[in-house]
Design a protein around this ligand. Structure first.
Ligand code: UDP
Length: 357
């Protein structure tokens, strides 16, 4: 069986690393990787392929565009051509980016089966481009691999039981990645020593709802600037955030570093005291590495973590951000619930592909 995997953005490289690694051991599956080019900086793309030994993409469309429609349209066009020439049995997409939707649409129009990994997640915020991408991709997918029981319930409440598709809880491939690369990261990453990190808060933010709204952006910056003198804040700065912070002339009074590779990120996660983020992936990784998380959003796809209490939604309210950080630093949380499948998601996905496609 030939599978065309479409990736384009940082979190997809990490997810693909976990799945491709297991796929390589399956003689009956031949994977061809297509990179749309959505993320192109070396520290947003190439570093992940190199460090995590993801097979070299057979195709790179090199598509970068600032307009969403242009980007998605050009991706559909490029992916369509490759589907026609490669004739895959199925196309595999991850998550919720424009690359995900473009891959799914191109595939659907050519009647090629679609596998969606990280299906069923919902924020129920229809203003989020990611929410639209995931809903549309789910609806036209043939095999929907859900990371959690909640994701399965979301699909059921939308009537997926009556649709012509298969959905199942496979577990979360990001846990597979975290578990597999954790030991390697320990031997390869020197970031904690290099930056002399001890007692610190790890911050990442890049969601359009925060970076494209000057009010929210400056409130977040204000809150974290105020934390830094008492508790060191380390921020690997996403290129989109960098652009808008500079355009608004905001000063980041914290330890700002360029985006880091996955091994460095794992070591930052292991050694920090708390995570502050608007990233979907980081919220879970905080849990994997047993760190509380303050989430700079008004809602989350990972509601189970909020219910457990170890993740708190604070939006962009500067007072709430600051008080929550100090409050959560004092509390103890239980990280023992096995919510994400125990590290066998990639194997489960491959078994599902072999069984249902
Ligand atoms: N990540 C990384 N380096 C960074 C920031 C994030 O390796 O400087 C990893 C992070 O550990 C997680 C993934 O990128 O595995 C999350 O990606 P991102 O926050 O860009 O996207 P989201 O998860 O919100 O879709």
């Amino acid at each position: 069986m030939k599978i065309l995997t479409v990736v384009g953005a940082r979190p997809q490289f990490i997810k693909a690393a976990a799945v491709s690694r297991v796929m390589k051991d399956h003689q009956d599956i031949h994977e061809v990787i297509l990179h749309t080019g959505q993320h192109y900086d070396a520290n947003m793309s190439e570093v992940f392929f190199r460090e995590m030994e993801i097979p070299e993409p057979a195709y790179n469309l090199g598509i970068q565009a600032s307009l969403q429609g242009e980007m998605t349209g050009r991706m559909i066009e490029g992916i369509e051509k490759i589907i026609i020439s490669e004739k895959p049995d199925a196309l595999l997409v991850y998550g919720d980016t424009n690359s995900t939707l473009a891959g799914a649409l191109a595939s659907n129009k050519l009647f090629v089966k679609i596998i969606h990994v990280e299906a069923g997640l919902r924020s129920y915020n229809m203003k989020m481009s990611e929410e639209i991408n995931r809903i549309l991709t789910d609806r036209i997918s043939d095999l929907l691999c859900c990371p959690t029981a909640n994701a399965v319930r979301n699909l059921e409440s939308e009537g997926f039981a009556d649709f012509n598709c298969t959905y199942l809880n496979t577990g979360d491939v990001m846990l597979d990645a975290a578990l597999f690369y954790s030991q390697i990261a320990e031997t390869k990453s020197t970031i904690v020593r290099d930056l002399n990190l001890d007692d610190f808060v790890l911050l990442t933010f890049h969601r359009a709802e925060n970076t494209n709204d000057p009010r929210r952006l400056s409130d977040i910056v204000k809150a974290l600037n105020a934390i830094h003198p008492t508790k060191r804040v380390v921020l690997p700065l996403h290129p989109r955030t960098k652009k808008t912070v500079e355009a608004l002339g905001l000063k980041l009074n914290m330890d700002v570093i360029p985006p880091v590779g996955y091994f460095d990120m794992i070591e930052l996660l292991k050694n920090c005291k708390l995570v502050v983020t608007d990233s979907g992936g980081l919220q879970k990784e905080a849990y994997f590495f047993q760190k509380p998380c303050v989430t700079l959003r008004d809602e989350t796809e990972w509601t189970e973590l909020v219910e457990l209490g170890c993740n708190k939604l604070v939006g962009a309210d500067p007072v709430l951000i600051q008080s929550s950080i100090f409050e959560m630093l004092k509390q103890k949380f239980n990280f023992d619930n096995e919510l994400f499948g125990g590290g066998k998601a990639s194997q489960n996905i491959i078994s599902a592909i072999e069984t249902y496609l």
